[in-house]
Design a protein around this ligand. Sequence first.
Ligand SMILES: [Zn+2]
Length: 423
Amino acid sequence: MNPMALPAAFARLWLHQRLPAARLTALRERLLHRLLRDAYETVPFYRERWDAAGVSPEEIHTVGDLARLPIVTKTELRAAGEKALSAALRGRADLRTLRTSGSSGRPFTIHELPEFRVVRRAAFLRALCAGPYRPGRRLLLITNAGERPPAAWLGWRYISSEVPAARMAEALESFRPYCVYALLAPLRRLLDHYRSTGRRPPRPQAVYTSAESLDPLVRRRIETLFDAPVLDIYGMTETGPLAWQCAPGGPYHLAEDTTIVELLPAPVPGRARLVVTSLWRKVMPLVRYDTGDLAVAAGGGACACGCRFGTIARVEGRIVDCIRLPDGESLSPYAVTLALEEVGGIARYRVVQEALDRFRVEVEPEAGPGSGLEEAIRGALSALLGSGATIRVAFRDSLDPPPGRKFKVVENRLQEAGELCAS
Ligand SMILES: [Zn+2]
């Protein structure tokens, strides 16, 4: 790989976020036309789908026209197998295959070319640079990518999210990173580790989080432990960063030059289903790909950081994990976490909807199950879920999920239970 490819791509993306609206639109449309033409000509999955829908890529002129094409899901792409790949590119020797577990835990195989990986990495670097990180500064990455050799000029060091929390803490304390980037699951384990040892980690300039929607309790615990701002980056392996925060608690800037994010009607009022088109994926294109996530739109306007891209207020979790109430209303997972935010004494919790009117709350208390804790939890949730809801509270020593299963703060099990669920 050309060693200048990443700095060059980063510089291009950095300039894109400052483009005037008309030039950004022109750039997006040019990339979109190329993507749709290539997908139609070389990817049987898309050609068949679009033919069946009676739409030709020639008819898609603007980003708004995209809505005429069908939405695709991960399940459909998984079932399509080789048909989801470009016949022109799938034989390339430098094609890389990777498997992501996704939030469902079911593996999804994605194929990509080095060109896409450069764009994804550059987009990630841009998201970091929206905060205090700068290339060359020490960055500790706690990810599921394993322990890769450090990228010297970037100043990065990787540690696997699978190692015991004590080893992550050791890496933090010996490396003393300028900034930390970590998935939420290992961060939760680090929080538990420092709580039980009573030690404190070295203070970074910022902690960047990723991979799941960030609930307020965990955000506050990370900020308190590290005494540093938390900046969240929302994205998926298959698309790269979709949106990022430049200030704690602020809106998320959408990666408008690498993706097209559509906010479509969702089963929860005021919330949107997030559908994405990746503008740079070639061998396995993602056109109107349903993320399954719920987002809240935000007002536009230029940001003090200089980025002119559109924004979303936040991501609120998986649509399949929305809580369904007996009156037909739905609540986002985030709404449930907000209700529990004010209850003190909780280190970690999870809320499972078992039936329309039955919920189980598992709680890892900060210092033993105090007498009022159970009542406070039940009170906070009853106000949200209705007085008719049965809420069982169970205290646990650890809420670590079994290996291979992702931790979900809010989980809807209605479908498993055979009950009707918003989808
Ligand atoms: Zn900004």
